[in-house]
Design a protein around this ligand. Structure first.
Ligand SMILES: Cc1cc2nc3c(=O)[nH]c(=O)nc-3n(C[C@H](O)[C@H](O)[C@H](O)COP(=O)(O)O)c2cc1C
Length: 177
């Protein structure tokens, strides 16, 4: 039994989080990534995601310094800010206190985006370590309507990180009943 797409398998196996970049992705490249990421599944197909595509060097530096605690590589790359729109996300049967699927849906969207970036020959890193309040100082029009779910750095890799270990299949499978 083989995966019927060798290219897809290679994509999964060779992707790494990239934290050093030669150049930032172009707007055209970012748009191509969104073109694939938007195919991600979401609860009730609500697609409660929006993105801001940031290629402007000054804005990237500002986001790095004010929102992401100054990690250098964040300004070396272009940024996809992934926002959720909780008001339009599906409220599942297990929802309590207005809980909804916005974050789950956005995580799938973001995963699709990092694989799409890889398929364009670009590197990316999913950034969750940010100060959400500070992003609204820079994007005040997003306040109250959107939550910032993730920041994705995207650019041409300047490093080839060694694979970080993964649990084996047997460590993951609890049981086969
Ligand atoms: C939800 C999530 C949040 C992450 N947040 C950060 C982050 O804030 N900063 C960072 O450098 N990497 C972040 N990463 C990248 C992980 O550290 C990385 O995926 C993990 O160590 C495995 O390495 P690999 O992606 O190279 O296989 C995040 C990844 C995920 C999925």
């Amino acid at each position: 039994m083989e995966f019927n797409s060798a290219a897809l398998r290679k994509l999964f196996e060779s992707r790494r989080s990239i934290r050093k970049y030669k150049r930032a992705a172009t707007l055209e490249e970012l748009r191509k990534i969104v073109e694939l990421a938007r195919l991600a599944p979401s609860a009730k197909n609500m697609q409660p995601w929006k993105v801001s595509l940031v290629t402007d060097p000054d804005l990237r530096v500002k986001i790095r310094d004010e929102v992401c605690r100054g990690r250098e590589f964040i300004a070396q790359a272009s940024l996809i800010l992934i926002w959720t729109e909780p008001a339009i996300a599906y409220k599942s049967w297990r929802a309590v206190d207005g809980d909804n699927t916005a974050d789950v849906d956005a995580a799938i969207f973001t995963t699709y985006a990092i694989l799409a970036a890889k398929s364009l020959g670009l590197g990316s890193c999913w950034i969750a370590a940010f100060d959400e309040d500070k992003i609204f100082d820079i994007f005040p029009d997003k306040k109250r309507k959107y939550r910032l779910f993730a920041i994705l750095t995207v650019g041409e890799p300047a490093e080839e990180p060694v694979p970080r270990g993964r649990k084996s299949v047997d460590e993951i499978i609890l049981e086969e009943r």
